[in-house]
Write a protein that binds this ligand. Structure first.
Ligand SMILES: *[C@@H]1O[C@H](CO)[C@@H](O)[C@H](O)[C@H]1NC(C)=O
Ligand SMILES: *[C@@H]1O[C@H](CO)[C@@H](O)[C@H](O)[C@H]1NC(C)=O
Ligand SMILES: *[C@@H]1O[C@H](CO)[C@@H](O)[C@H](O)[C@H]1NC(C)=O
Length: 644
């Protein structure tokens, strides 16, 4: 069962920017790096004249069950609704703020794909996942990708400093390595479609053909193609057409029912000679949706490469992660396209004292702000683009581009895109006008381009702007003063992230070892539990025993994550399962539950931070947006804070 889902479905009827404009696209020079691009961003096949969207497309063939794109960071937002609504419904709501939140909610997730569902004690967390999390398309029948929950939990420790407090604590997200996996063979040129989860899928209509229908249809089409091939010389044109019509209208209509039968007739080619085309395009489903597969030439001309950069440990000391060139990028060449989700009410990042009431029924408590006083800013602010003369903010939703760090001697810079999907005329619209029916889609595209030749493996830097640099300097100074005076600790608790790194190389503790030296108080040990339905004829500690089983596709699901207590472990020769040679016996829960589970492999365990203890809860963390350079940020109504 799918648990993750995008929050709320808001149907936007946006303007028709794409269909016309993408046809008249300015040809992009075929830079060297484009030729080996593994993933593109381009207009999605799900766009219609009324609703336009970006999508991502495979640049190369991708096998089934392979990692896909990114991996990207996930940025948690605490009580997004609660921080932006008052308890008293009669109080006049800030309508721009409310519509900014509504608009943004289309692009964010429940915190499950990012492994951060335990982060907040009381309240609601939502997660912004740039890249595929925003751009991945939704088309339930063509779903070919899903989040790899294992990747988010078993994220590699990149440039972390266990146990040390530093000014960056709480200033960047500790949830990263959020990655997709393919759920099917994906040929080059195919658009990537994600599971959005149950509440989106209910939208699918009953009379639509199911994936199973398409599979059956493929088998039938193949039989028909063989039949017409075999009798090609014996049948004249009229006989062929008559038989074909009889097969697809009468026989298949009777088998599939009237509604579906009509769909099948509409979908199949008009003449039997064209039947082989169905298979060539990748089956009846793909054949019926031709735009979801694009030629490499089309993608090079109308798309933008999104995998020129990848994540790594930053070369700046104490900087955590950074973005690195995956291939050589020429001066002026594209480093990363960055579609911007415009947030006309920048006050969306303000945090307040939160209250709750139980009015939400099944959905749980309703959260709301208790006063307008601003007590802090959401972590997401550090990832957003802004400008000192504007109240607007922009969520950069490019793949990996959120990891590009600041430098005063940058090798890359931001420029507005020349892609026709970038709506230059929006520069002349006020923040209010940017959230009308006509502007409720991602219409702004900025690009990170190389200021000089960049070699493969080089870290990418842009200049975050003078206000950002001044704010960071002030923050560091204050931090150092406070550490010197003892107002802030020198040390930092060992967190789940650090422990997962440490225990990737050694056994988790049994009860005796734990009694001698417990785990830190701020973490929980969990394990992914899938078990045989039947107990086996064996008892451990006098309790019934179940056997652990590996999920079929080898990927753990966050749904099966439980508190686990190790009761015993033994060394085994377990080369295939994991590099760590241990099998564990566990009891569920923290108090020695009713059954034992045996043969839980080392790699099924993971530490998570207890709610409310992660870095994001640091005191007075650094908060500042990244500046869009003054000569790039449009003059006009966006500069609503400008002193005249
Ligand atoms: C999922 O992520 C894990 C951990 O990073 C990785 O070992 C595994 O290969 C990934 N699986 C797929 C199908 O991408
Ligand atoms: C560099 O970016 C990473 C990822 O967002 C962040 O952890 C780190 O704090 C940044 N460092 C600096 C110096 O901006
Ligand atoms: C260890 O656990 C794995 C996974 O449950 C199982 O397949 C394997 O047989 C176990 N090894 C031994 C030696 O029992």
């Amino acid at each position: 069962m799918m648990m993750l889902r995008q929050i709320l479905q808001v149907t936007t009827t946006a303007a028709s920017f794409l269909l016309l404009s993408s046809l008249s696209s300015v040809p992009v020079s075929l830079a060297e790096e484009d030729l080996e691009c593994g993933m593109y961003m381009a207009i999605s096949s799900t766009s219609t004249v009324d609703e336009t969207r970006w999508g991502i497309y495979a640049g190369k063939d991708i096998p089934n069950g392979a990692p896909l794109g990114g991996p990207d960071v996930a940025i948690n937002i605490f009580n997004l609704q609660g921080n932006t609504q008052m308890a008293d419904e009669n109080e006049e709501a800030d309508s721009l703020l409310a519509s900014t939140v509504d608009f943004f909610e289309q692009f964010i997730w429940v915190p499950i794909p990012s492994g951060s569902q335990f982060d907040l004690e009381d309240g609601r967390t939502v997660t912004a996942i740039p890249g595929a999390g925003v751009l991945g398309g939704f088309n339930p029948k063509l779903t070919n990708a899903d989040w790899n929950h294992s990747a988010a939990y078993f994220r590699p420790s990149l440039g972390e400093q266990p146990g040390v407090n530093h000014p960056g604590r709480g200033a960047y997200s500790n949830f990263y390595h959020v990655e997709l996996r393919s759920k099917d063979e994906i040929p080059a040129g195919r658009e990537i479609f994600l599971e959005y989860g149950d509440n989106w899928e209910e939208e699918a209509k009953e009379e639509d053909l199911t994936t199973e229908d398409y599979r059956k249809l493929d088998a039938t089409v193949e039989k028909m193609a063989n039949f017409f091939d075999k009798y090609n010389d014996e049948l004249d044109e009229k006989a062929k057409t008559d038989i074909y019509d009889f097969l697809i209208r009468d026989v298949m209509g009777a088998a599939a029912g009237a509604g579906k039968g009509r769909k099948i007739v509409d979908l199949l080619p008009a003449y039997p000679e064209s039947l082989p085309k169905v298979k060539e395009s990748g089956g009846s489903l793909a054949y019926s949706q031709p735009k979801s597969i694009r030629s490499t030439a089309w993608l090079q001309n109308h798309g933008r490469c999104i995998d020129n950069i990848g994540p790594g440990a930053s070369t700046i000391p104490h900087a955590g992660r950074g973005a690195f060139a995956r291939r050589k990028i020429k001066e002026g060449g594209l480093v990363a396209p960055v579609p911007l989700v415009h947030l006309p009410a920048g006050s969306m990042m303000d945090m307040h004292e939160i209250g709750s009431s139980d009015d939400g029924g099944e959905e749980g408590p309703v959260y709301y702000k208790l006063s307008d006083e601003v007590q802090g800013k959401q972590l997401l602010l550090n990832y957003l683009y802004g400008h000192p003369e504007s109240s607007m903010l922009f969520f950069p939703s490019g793949s990996v581009s959120c990891l590009i760090n600041h430098s005063k001697e940058p090798n890359a810079k931001l420029v507005w895109s020349t892609h026709p999907g970038h709506q230059r005329h929006w520069y002349d619209m006020s923040p209010e006008e940017l959230l009308t029916m006509e502007t409720m889609y991602i219409g702004l595209l900025i690009e990170v381009v190389a200021l000089r030749d960049i070699e493969e493996g080089e870290e990418i830097f842009i200049d975050y702007g003078d206000e950002w640099a001044a704010a960071w300097e002030a923050h560091v100074k204050e931090f150092e003063t406070k550490v010197a005076s003892g107002d802030l600790p020198k040390d930092w608790p060992i967190r789940a992230l650090d422990l997962n790194d440490e225990f990737s190389k050694k056994a988790f503790k049994n009860p005796d070892e734990l009694a001698m030296e417990p785990y830190p108080n701020n973490v929980m040990l969990k394990c992914f539990v899938q078990v045989t339905p039947e107990v086996i004829p064996e008892k451990i500690d006098g309790k019934p025993v179940r056997e652990w089983v590996m999920p079929k596709d080898g990927v753990f699901d966050s749904d099966s994550l439980e508190d686990c207590t190790v009761t015993d472990y033994r060394e085994v020769d377990n080369g295939v399962m994991s590099a760590i040679p241990y099998n564990y016996t566990v009891s569920l829960g923290r108090d020695g539950g009713a059954t034992r589970i045996k043969d839980v492999p080392h790699r099924a365990f993971v530490f998570v931070d207890k709610p409310g203890t992660g870095d994001q809860f640091a005191q007075n963390p650094f908060r500042h947006y990244i500046s869009i350079p003054d000569d790039v940020f449009p003059q006009g109504p966006w500069r609503d804070l400008k002193q005249s």
